[in-house]
Structures are given as C-alpha cells and as structure tokens.
Design a protein. Structure first.
Length: 277
C-alpha cells in the first residue's frame, strides 16, 4: 500500500475536499467515530497508539504527510483543555516522533493562532485568545522544529462537509432545516475562501519545496454577517438569524483577523474571497 501523500484528517472540511479532488494522489485517514456514508471506506486514525502510527508509515512509505487533523470546536476546547491538548498537540507529537526522516511534514494550521483585530503575515507573532488557538501555536512549534517541514495557515473555508452538518455552509443549512436558532457574530471578520480553491492551494504548497510558515490569504476579510447573508441568498437557504457581538458570547471569538503573505509568487497570491467569486 503506497501513496505519494498520506492524508491525516480526511474527515475535516479541508481534508474531505482534498480527498475528493485528489483521490489518486492521497491516501486518506479519517477521524474515529465518524460514520458519514461518504467516508466509511476510509481507515480511522488511531493516534493514541504509537505502534499503530509506526506501522502505517512502514506500510505506506509516503513521501509527504499532509496533516489536517485537529479538533476545531472552540467551546469544547475551553471546557476541557487537557482533552484539547491531547487531540491537537500530543497526538501530533506522537506522529512526528514516528515519522521517517525522508517524509515531508505539511501541517495545516489556522488563523486562530491570532486573535485581536489586525492584519497578520507569516512574520507576525502569534497571539491566540482561546485554548484552541493556543493548541495550534504549540502544534506549529513542534512542526517547525522538524527540518524541511511546512506550516500552512488558512482562514475560513466554505464547502461541503462529510456529515452535512459541520462547516459554516452546512451548519446554516442543517439548523435551518431543523428550525434551530442561528446566531451570527457581527464583529468577527475572517479571510474566507471556497474550500475547493483552498484545497488546490494546499496541495500546491505541499508538493512545493516551501518550508517554514506560509499563509493562504484572501482578497479581503469578510464579516460573518455578510457571509451568512451571501450564503443564504446564493444557496437559497430559508434561514433567519440573530446578530450578537463577541462580548456577548461565553467563549472567545476572533475579531477582525485578516491573513496576508509577505512572499511573492503564484503560491502566495490571495485567493478570491467567497464574496468576490
């Protein structure tokens, strides 16, 4: 069983899109417990078991490990920091310790390594405001200690999810169908791109010789309210929502976090914002 790219985290939104677009290039592994029909054929990760991790690397002999696995649920991470660190940092650490020197590590991180209002480049110091963001910063540190590795930071990707419930688009659809309340945070702005475009850029970066930290910027930052209104109109979702502020929430929310890149070239050009495409 050999594949040029091993994909850990194929049941994340980005991982799912990567596995869908590049079925002949990646060997996908999903999160345990995910029973969505679209991913049942993929083996489940067992990242608490160092022996299992070593065996996978021996059997696959992949040239690249594309690591998209993480728990991105901010409230759950705030409620149980130990669990958050196990899932987002300690599991990655086990993987790195077993990873062959010849395998390139590409770790997909998040704009949650930042927090307050600002424009952030690869040279900006991390300033997380949540437990989730802190786990991302610590995970990046582990990756960057490994020679030849790459950390790719992305904002919010919009696209289809494996279970039809997660991700901003399917979340809006599902809650509308179930007649559940929808709350949108008005003072959160993100670099928002289509998941398809993001997956292609991630693959290009993974197969390049880039090392260190790379951002995937968008043409502009978009407010959550504008995004919700756009998606509801474009996909004809019969949804209404309540607008609140970050300060009204029980757990941390990003402010205006806009990703940009200090580097030049096609790999670092801003992707079209969802609202501009």
């Amino acid at each position: 069983m050999a594949s040029s790219i091993l994909l850990f985290g194929a049941t994340s939104l980005l991982g799912f899109r990567l596995a869908t677009i590049f079925p002949k290039t990646v060997l996908p592994f999903g999160s345990p417990g995910n029973t969505a029909k679209s991913i049942r054929q993929w083996p489940a990760l067992q990242l608490s078991d160092a022996t299992w991790i070593t065996k996978v690397f021996e059997q696959t002999q992949s040239k690249i490990l594309l690591y998209c696995h993480a728990i991105c649920d901010v409230p759950k991470c705030e409620a149980d920091p130990n669990w958050a660190y196990e899932m987002n940092v300690h599991q990655l650490d086990r993987v790195i310790k077993s990873l062959p020197e010849s395998t390139r590590l590409v770790y997909v991180s998040s704009d949650h390594v930042f927090g307050g209002d600002g424009v952030y480049t690869e040279e900006s110091c991390p300033c997380p405001i949540s437990i989730y963001g802190k786990t991302r910063v610590d995970a990046e540190y582990l990756v960057l200690k490994r020679p030849g590795s790459l950390v790719v930071r992305a904002g919010l990707g919009i696209g289809r999810s494996p279970d039809g419930r997660t991700g901003h688009l399917d979340w809006l659809r599902y809650r509308s169908q179930q007649k559940l309340p929808i709350t949108i945070i008005q003072d959160e702005h993100r670099s928002v791109v289509w998941q398809h475009d993001l997956a292609i850029r991630i693959m290009q970066l993974a197969q390049s010789g880039e090392m260190g930290i790379s951002h995937v910027p968008a043409t502009r930052a978009v407010s959550r309210v504008d995004l919700a209104n756009y998606l509801i109109h474009k996909f004809q979702i019969p949804a209404t929502f309540k607008i609140e502020t970050c300060r009204q929430q029980l757990y941390p929310h990003l402010g205006r976090v806009e990703l940009r890149s200090v580097y030049k070239g096609d790999l670092f050009k801003p992707l079209d914002s969802v609202l501009d495409s």
